[in-house]
Design a protein around this ligand. Structure first.
Ligand code: SF4
Length: 323
């Protein structure tokens, strides 16, 4: 018999609004009978990709894989302006799923370039959002970890801006570091509010439980940051991609209440599945017997239906050419 009698899901989890809208746009296009693609995986989540494939939405790596006239959805991270131009030249129906927050970042970068600032962009160099942002400020200096920062030159007028999902503490630390590198320093805080709320709610849950399970892509920076934050509270944390990754009851030994949180591209239903898996694997007799109901009520307590960050319900697409 296991020791877990309760699983709590952190509040305000599930997709962020940017990811949800990009997915919804792809679903709506397919449902309207349009041959639809996404440029790159809309989220790195197998279940979501499978659902999209089931309604005919294919993920492609390049615009060359999209036939003339078909629809291509730009995902929430955004792309360089050249990608839009190329897609239009190829006669594709471009559906812009760039998150409104990212669009704002892109505009602010353009203004900084026009105003002549040397731009420092805090971000992961090859992350698609950063690649897209560089299309608006090709000369920006991209830095990530602190060990990178010494290569930032001294300049008269400097501006600092960030990829949306960078941790706020890192942004603040870099801002302080740059004070001595520039005569004039402009700071544009583009850390996404969803990232901040997610971190706050994760910390709140981590402080209340014996163990945290963080659900998200193995390479997702915002998921790794959640794991790190949980550990800062002194609560042990394990990171998994989905419920199937949990196969050892030993991980939960001695834990009575377990918390679950997830990255911005993890559907909230995955958190419910993880909660159920924990209860089946390591629950007390009582918890094991009622695992599905307990997982469902953990989900209900985390977000009432109207506040959930899930995507649209399953849509049955109209066959292409019908109607
Ligand atoms: S994390 Fe924020 S900026 Fe990034 S896609 Fe989601 S809502 Fe948009």
């Amino acid at each position: 018999m296991g020791s877990v009698h309760e699983v709590r899901i952190a509040k305000r989890t599930g997709f962020c609004y940017g990811v949800r809208e990009a997915i919804d746009k792809a679903k709506e296009s397919a449902a309207a009978g349009q041959l639809t693609h996404t440029l790159g995986q809309v989220v790195h989540n197998e279940g979501v990709i499978r659902d999209l494939q089931n309604i005919g939405v294919r993920s492609v790596d390049t615009l060359d894989d999209v036939d003339h006239g078909a629809a291509v959805v730009i995902r929430a991270h955004g792309v360089k302006p050249e990608v839009f131009e190329r897609a239009e030249r190829r006669g594709l129906d471009v559906i812009d799923g760039t998150c409104t927050w990212v669009i704002q970042e892109q505009r602010q970068l353009e203004e900084l370039v026009e105003d002549g600032y040397t731009i420092v962009l805090l971000g992961t160099p090859r992350h698609p959002e950063v690649v897209g942002l560089l299309g608006f400020a090709p000369d920006a200096i991209v830095v990530d970890e602190e060990t990178d920062w010494d290569r930032i030159p001294r300049r008269k007028r400097m501006a600092l801006i960030t990829q949306s999902t960078q941790p706020p503490w890192k942004f603040e630390k870099l801002a302080a570091f740059l004070v001595s590198r520039a005569h004039e320093l402009k700071i544009v805080n583009t850390v996404c509010p969803v990232t901040i709320k997610r971190q706050e709610d994760t910390l709140e849950t981590a402080r209340e439980v014996d163990l945290m399970v963080v659900v998200g892509g193995r390479h997702s920076a915002n998921t790794k940051e959640l794991t790190r934050l949980c550990q800062i509270t002194g609560t042990r944390a394990v990171q998994v991609e989905n419920a199937r990754d949990l196969d050892e009851a030993g991980v939960f030994e001695g834990a009575s209440v377990v918390g679950v949180t997830g990255g911005t591209s993890t559907p909230i239903e995955d958190l419910r599945d993880v909660a159920e898996r924990i209860l089946r694997l390591a629950g007390t007799d009582e918890a094991m017997a009622h695992a599905p109901e307990l997982a469902r009520s953990a989900l209900d307590a985390a977000a009432h239906p109207a506040g959930r960050t899930t995507s649209l319900p399953t849509i049955t697409p109209t066959p292409v050419g019908a109607g």
